[in-house]
Design a protein around this ligand. Structure first.
Ligand code: FAD
Length: 312
């Protein structure tokens, strides 16, 4: 085998620099959705098993609109507790449920050994971006839900953060005030919406830090393989899609293999740049597939527990 090529660090791009550093001390987490069918369940568990050895900080399971996945989310996180070494977090929303109903779900999680909840207000069912009408007997927003969860048991509570502000928010300052209120209510971590504007993300998180908020911020990373699908998902959430991303996918509608290679490359570069800026927490939206996220983790030096980088 050839001797390793010695290059000055400046000659390497961010991805190669990440590789050159060898095994990293990044904290990664993986988000999954509860499966709808037996086949989807099989695929999900293959993905979980593939990613488990990377020893993620936590894994999370989403909660469908209006509590539609209540049973499936519960079943999935409980199976994770019982059958894996993972530390699962259950997403929970306030949508179309009374406080008593939500509290019952929270208590059931605690009784099943779940110790981490991702507390969210949620969107009106079938209507991301539509007007949210809270129930009079329900939790009003993520702040109230966080306080409600903490009143039941000493859960770890993660909350949302929007680098391009929440679509209902009047300003960045308001979103930062909301995050502060959630921290005061007991939130211990923020997980961001996915984004593509890295400079904008850095400016935003700088403002969050300047406001005195010091909880970990996990950068939400979405490896994009389906550009049209991304547009449908991103627009109602107010997430800008840069023109260069469109160019990269242009003409590849019938070429999923190339799209996947591009997805991996874009996400790995985003993470490597953020790592150079001091970020160490990455939350991957897996869409219940392991291969891309596994490859990105390899690029970043996140390896199976006990594995050594060749040059580290
Ligand atoms: P909140 O932060 O509660 O904000 C909602 C509104 O209330 C805003 O207008 C805000 O300004 C206001 N508000 C909140 N707290 C205060 C306060 N203290 N004072 C004044 N105003 C306040 N959706 C799902 O349905 N299921 C999921 O599993 C899911 N997972 C997600 C995971 C992540 C990491 C993220 C970023 C989003 C997720 N979502 C999920 C989407 C989320 O439910 C929507 O974006 C929803 O519109 C807002 O929920 P939130 O908890 O961010 O809202």
């Amino acid at each position: 085998m050839n001797a390793p090529l010695e290059l000055p660090p400046t000659a390497l791009g961010p991805v190669a620099r990440a590789g050159a550093r060898g095994q990293s001390r990044l904290n990664v987490s993986f988000e999954f959705s509860p499966p709808k069918t037996e086949e989807a369940e099989e695929n999900l568990w293959q993905a979980i098993r593939r990613l488990e050895p990377l020893n993620p900080e936590f894994v999370s399971v989403t909660y469908g609109a209006g509590g539609s996945t209540r049973e499936r989310t519960h079943r999935t996180v409980v199976r994770m507790i019982n059958e894996t070494s993972l530390r699962p977090a259950a997403h929970l929303t306030c949508v179309e449920a009374s406080r008593a109903e939500v509290d019952e779900v929270v208590q059931a999680y605690w009784d099943s050994g779940i110790r981490h909840i991702v507390a969210l207000r949620g969107d009106p069912p079938g209507q991301i971006g539509g007007a949210y009408v809270p129930r009079t007997d329900g939790y009003l927003n993520g702040t109230e839900l966080t306080a409600g969860i903490k009143a039941i048991a000493p859960f770890e509570v993660s909350v949302s953060l929007y680098p391009q502000i929440h679509p209902e928010s009047p300003s960045i300052a308001h979103d930062i005030d909301v995050l502060k209120a959630k921290v005061d209510a007991g939130a211990t971590r923020a997980i961001t919406q996915f984004f593509f504007d890295v400079d904008g993300f850095l400016r935003f998180t700088d403002q969050v830090r300047k406001a005195g908020i010091d909880i970990p911020i996990c950068a939400g990373i979405m490896p994009v393989t389906n550009f049209k699908g991304l547009r449908r998902m991103a627009e109602p959430c107010g997430i800008d899609i840069p023109f260069w991303l469109g160019n990269l996918f242009d003409g590849l509608d019938k070429d999923p293999d190339t799209r996947r290679l591009i997805a991996c490359s874009v996400a790995a570069e985003t993470c490597a740049r953020l790592e150079e800026e001091g970020f160490s927490d990455f939350h991957f939206y897996t869409l219940n597939r392991a291969d891309l996220v596994y490859a990105i983790c390899r690029v970043l030096g996140v390896r199976e527990a006990g594995a050594q980088g060749v040059l580290s």
